[in-house]
Design a protein around this ligand. Structure first.
Ligand SMILES: N[C@@H](CCC(=O)N[C@@H](CS)C(=O)NCC(=O)O)C(=O)O
Length: 212
C-alpha cells in the first residue's frame, strides 16, 4: 500500500470524525481537511454523496481509495502508515486481540449506547450484539481495568483511539457509569499530545458550531 498519495479528510466538528482527526494527529502525517457543515446539509451534496452515499462523516480519500466508517478509517490508516507503530504486524499474534477490540467498538459498544439512550431493552438478550447492558459494562470495566497502560498492553495502538474515543464519549454523556477505571484511562488519553493537538485545532470550529 502506498502511503505517499494525497490524503483528504472529510470532517465535521463535533462529530465522530473527531476520532479520525485524533488518529491523524497520532500518525503525524500530512493531510487536507474538508470541513463539512453537516448540520447545514453539507453531507447531502452530490460531491459528498459520491464519497459516502449515507452523507455521513468521517470519510477519507487516499489517492483513489475511499474509506468511510471511523473504525475502518483508523484501521486502514494504521496499516497504510506502519512506521507509526499503531497496529501489530499482520503476523503478530497480538493482531487478533487488536482486531477484536477495534471491531468491538462500532459493532458492540455503539449499538448498546444507542439502546441505552433510547431506553430500549430487548426481551431476549440473545438478540443484542452486546448481550445486555450490565454484562457489557462489566466486560468493559474488566478490559479497561486491565489496560497496562493501554488496552492491548504496553504500546498505544489504534484500539486506544477507537475504543478510547467511544469510552470517552460514553462517560462524557453519562451513558457509562462513573467509575475510576474509566476515569483513569480517559486521563491517560487526555495527556496524549496528539489528542490535545486535535482538540486545539478543532476548538474554534466547535465553538462556531455551538454558537449556532
Ligand atoms: N457508522 C458511521 C457513523 C457516522 C455518523 O453517524 N456520522 C454522523 C456524525 S457523528 C454524521 O455525519 N451525521 C450527519 C448526517 O447524518 O447528516 C461511523 O462510525 O463512522
Amino acid at each position: 500500500m502506498r502511503s505517499d498519495r494525497q490524503l483528504t479528510f472529510y470532517h465535521a466538528v463535533p462529530s465522530r470524525s473527531g476520532t479520525v482527526h485524533w488518529m491523524l494527529q497520532e500518525l503525524g502525517i500530512p493531510f487536507d481537511v474538508k470541513l463539512l457543515d453537516i448540520r447545514g446539509g453539507a453531507g447531502q451534496t452530490p460531491e459528498f454523496l459520491a464519497i459516502n452515499p449515507l452523507g455521513k462523516v468521517p470519510a477519507i480519500v487516499h489517492g483513489d481509495t475511499v474509506v468511510s466508517e471511523a473504525a475502518a478509517i483508523c484501521c486502514y490508516l494504521a496499516d497504510a502508515f506502519p512506521d507509526a507503530g499503531l497496529a501489530p504486524a499482520l503476523d503478530d499474534p497480538a493482531r487478533g486481540e487488536y482486531l477484536r477490540w477495534l471491531f468491538f467498538s462500532p459493532s458492540t459498544i455503539e449499538p448498546a449506547f444507542v439502546d441505552r439512550v433510547r431506553q430500549y431493552e430487548a426481551q431476549d438478550s440473545s438478540q443484542n450484539s452486546y448481550r445486555d447492558w450490565n454484562t457489557l459494562v462489566a466486560m468493559l470495566l474488566d478490559v479497561v481495568g486491565k489496560a497496562d497502560p493501554w488496552l492491548i498492553g504496553e504500546n498505544f495502538t489504534t484500539v486506544d483511539v477507537v475504543m478510547g474515543a467511544t469510552i470517552r464519549f460514553g462517560c462524557m454523556f453519562d451513558i457509562l457509569p462513573k467509575d475510576p477505571v474509566f476515569n483513569d484511562y480517559i486521563r491517560r488519553i487526555d495527556a496524549r499530545p496528539a489528542y490535545q493537538r486535535a482538540q486545539e485545532i478543532d476548538a474554534p470550529y466547535f465553538a462556531a458550531t455551538m454558537a449556532g
